[in-house]
Design a protein around this ligand. Structure first.
Ligand SMILES: NC(=O)c1ccc[n+]([C@@H]2O[C@H](COP(=O)([O-])OP(=O)(O)OC[C@H]3O[C@@H](n4cnc5c(N)ncnc54)[C@H](OP(=O)(O)O)[C@@H]3O)[C@@H](O)[C@H]2O)c1
Length: 340
C-alpha cells in the first residue's frame, strides 16, 4: 500500500512538472505582478500549454463590437464600453476564463471594469490585449503598455499582441521583451503576421524572445493549414479570430454542419467551436448575447467523431474562404493612426 502511494505521488509530481516544462530556447516570463496568476480549468475548458510553460484556456470571449466602433462620440464610446462590460460579466459568470480585447476596439475600460464587477478574481483569468501600430517603437511601446494596463485597471496582462504587422514592429517587440522580463506580461503574441512573411520572420527568427501565440482568421471555410503548419514548426499556438465566420449565414446554415448539429442535438455554432477545440486551436468567439455566451461554452459534453471531423475539414476553402482579405502593401498607412 505504502509502495503504491509512493508510486502515485511520484507519478503526480512528474505529471505536474511536465505541464510546466518549456522549450529550452524559450525564456520563461520574468518575476513580477504576473507571478500571481492562478488559472484553472472551468466548465471543462482545456488549458493549452504554451512554448514558455504557461497555459491558456483554449476557449475565450472575443470582445470586439465592430458595429459600435464606428460612433467615436463620447456617448458612442460609452455604449461600446458598457456593452463590452456586460458581455464580460456574463462570460466570466458562465465560466469563461479568457478574454480577448485590443486598444483598437476602444473598449478596454469596459472590459477591465467587467472583470472587477464579475467577482471572479483577476488572477484566475487570461486577459489579452493588442497594441496598435501607432504605438510601436522602442520606448513608445513601453508607455503604451503602461497606458493599456491603466485602462484595464490591471497590473499585468496574460498576453499582449502586436495587432498588425505594420510600422516599427521590431522596436515594439524589444519593449514587449522588456515588459515580459519585468513580469508585466506572461506571453507575447503576433496577430495577423501571417499576412506579411517578412514581419513574421523578423519577429520569429530575429528576436530574443519568440512569440507564444499567433492570432489569425480561422473557421471551417478557411482552415489555414499552411499557416498552422508554419506556426507548429516554431511551436507557436494558433488562436482563431472570426471563429464563427463573423456569423456569416452561409457558414451558420451550412448543410453538413447542420446535419452534424442535429445528430448531436447541438447548434451549428457549438459544432464549429467543438471542431476548433478538437483541432487544437484556441478560439475567441464574440458575442454580446448572454444566451449565446452560455451556449458557446457548452461544448465539452460531447465529441465529434473522426468521420465528422473529416466532413468539416472538407469544407475548407483555403485562402479564398477568408472573409477578411487585406493587402498590407496598400493598407500599411491605415494602421499607423488610431481614431481615438
Ligand atoms: N486580431 C484581429 O485582427 C482580430 C480581427 C477580428 C476579430 N478579432 C477577435 O476575434 C473575436 C471574434 O470575432 P468576431 O466577434 O468578429 O466574429 P465571430 O466570433 O466569428 O462571430 C461573432 C458573431 O457571431 C454571433 N454569435 C455568437 N455566438 C452565437 C450563437 N451561439 N448563435 C448565433 N450567433 C452567435 C455574434 O452575435 P451575438 O452578439 O448576437 O451573439 C456575432 O455577430 C473578436 O471579438 C475579437 O476579439 C481579432
Amino acid at each position: 500500500m505504502k509502495k503504491l502511494f509512493s508510486f502515485l505521488l511520484i507519478l503526480a509530481l512528474l505529471l505536474s512538472a511536465s505541464s510546466f516544462a518549456f522549450a529550452d530556447d524559450i525564456e520563461a516570463p520574468g518575476s513580477g505582478p504576473a507571478d500571481r496568476s492562478a488559472i484553472v480549468s472551468v466548465e471543462g475548458v482545456p488549458l493549452i500549454p504554451l512554448n514558455n510553460g504557461v497555459a491558456v484556456p483554449q476557449l475565450g470571449l472575443g470582445t470586439q463590437i465592430q458595429s459600435l466602433e464606428r460612433d467615436a462620440s463620447e456617448t458612442g464610446r460609452a455604449l461600446l464600453n458598457s456593452t463590452s462590460h456586460d458581455a464580460v460579466v456574463a462570460a466570466l459568470q458562465a465560466g469563461y476564463r479568457h478574454l480577448d480585447t485590443a486598444h483598437g476596439y476602444f473598449n478596454e475600460t469596459g472590459v477591465g471594469q467587467g472583470i472587477i464587477d464579475s467577482g471572479i478574481p483577476r488572477e484566475e483569468i487570461w486577459v489579452t490585449s493588442k497594441l496598435w501600430p501607432s504605438e510601436y517603437g522602442e520606448g513608445v511601446t513601453m508607455e503604451a503598455i503602461d497606458a493599456m494596463l491603466d485602462r484595464l485597471q490591471l497590473d499585468y496582462l496574460d498576453c499582449i499582441y502586436l495587432h498588425h504587422p505594420a510600422g516599427d514592429y521590431v522596436g515594439a517587440w524589444k519593449d514587449l521583451e522588456k515588459a515580459y522580463r519585468q513580469g508585466k506580461v506572461r506571453a507575447l503574441g503576433i496577430s495577423n503576421f501571417d499576412n506579411w512573411p517578412e514581419a513574421f520572420s523578423a519577429i520569429v527568427d530575429g528576436m530574443e524572445i519568440k512569440p507564444q501565440i499567433l492570432q489569425i482568421e480561422g473557421h471551417p471555410f478557411a482552415q489555414r493549414h499552411e499557416t498552422r503548419d508554419l506556426a507548429a514548426r516554431y511551436d507557436i499556438q494558433v488562436e482563431c479570430w472570426y471563429p464563427l465566420g463573423h456569423a456569416d449565414d452561409r457558414l451558420l446554415n451550412n448543410e453538413v454542419l447542420s446535419a452534424i448539429a442535429e445528430a448531436h442535438d447541438k447548434s451549428v455554432v457549438q459544432i464549429i467551436l467543438r471542431w476548433h477545440m478538437q483541432e487544437g486551436l484556441c478560439a475567441v468567439p464574440g458575442s454580446t448575447n448572454p444566451d449565446h455566451i452560455a451556449e458557446n461554452i457548452s461544448i465539452f459534453d460531447f465529441e465529434l467523431s473522426d468521420a465528422e471531423m473529416e466532413q468539416i475539414r472538407a469544407l475548407d476553402g483555403g485562402e479564398a474562404g477568408r472573409y477578411f482579405n487585406i493587402n498590407y502593401e496598400q493598407m500599411g498607412g491605415f494602421f499607423t493612426t488610431l481614431n481615438e
